[in-house]
Design a binder for this molecule. Sequence first.
Ligand SMILES: C[S@@+](CC[C@H](N)C(=O)[O-])C[C@H]1O[C@@H](n2cnc3c(N)ncnc32)[C@H](O)[C@@H]1O
Length: 278
Amino acid sequence: MSAEAVPQAEGSVYVMGRTTEEYDRLRGQAKILEPITASVLERAGLSVGMSCLDVGSGRGEVMRLMADRVGPSGRVVGLDVDGRLGREAADILASRGYTQCTFIEGDLQSLEFANNELFDFVFARIVLQHLDDPILGLRNMYRRVKPGGRIVIQDYTFRTIDHYPSFEAADECLRVFFAVYEKVGRVTRMGVQLPSHFIEAGIGPPDGADVGGGLLPIAKSAQMLAAVYRSVLPLALKFGITTEERSTALLSELGSNQPQSGYFLWPLLLSAWKTKPA
Ligand SMILES: C[S@@+](CC[C@H](N)C(=O)[O-])C[C@H]1O[C@@H](n2cnc3c(N)ncnc32)[C@H](O)[C@@H]1O
């Protein structure tokens, strides 16, 4: 797949970049996370006929999970700062018969869109970690929850990543990833911060929480790691965290020298949810 650059949507620095390869990576990641997200949507009470807002809807993979649960009488609105990605996702969903799904281009940090609609279910997966002001993002989402409705947030904590046996290319990949996050001022443990952020945003302590993860064969993980690496590489080069030469060697190493029978502990996806008082 090519890494053709597409225009950056406006807004704050997005560490993962906006390439066709990154869009494909999002789909691969969504497959890994699907069982965790599906279970949390159900535990948090998503059901037939509800209206939902999926903030940072990306490729629309969570919109599809929501649409399957709310059915044709429900409504699923995707919101993303990347209008091109969101519109493509909405077109694909429509072509598959998901007529309850629509998309709006917008920035969570202002959350200005056409009307002031309130929703039964307001959701975001792996979005808060990308914001300059996650508390503002949470407040804006909570404002869109109907009385009696729910806010549900999922985000990663990266510090638990591990693998066995040792695999130096994976370690170097992670070094670059963490250094880019640090340079851009993004947090690598948003998942574990969610309950405190709920309280700080005035939402209150979560009613429920969940921890999900995956233990994947190194071969599959190496592909995902390489995709993550390529997505952060432009910023890593810009900040002098690595060089073209080093990164070419690393990508080749990641693909060819994987330890046999190795497994990789994927970052944990943490969830928190809260019902708004009726
Ligand atoms: C890592 S992706 C996650 C996509 C999707 N939620 C998923 O889990 O598959 C983060 C998404 O959030 C979007 N995003 C980042 N900052 C945003 C903002 N301020 N407002 C709305 N969307 C934003 C990005 O464009 C991207 O599509």
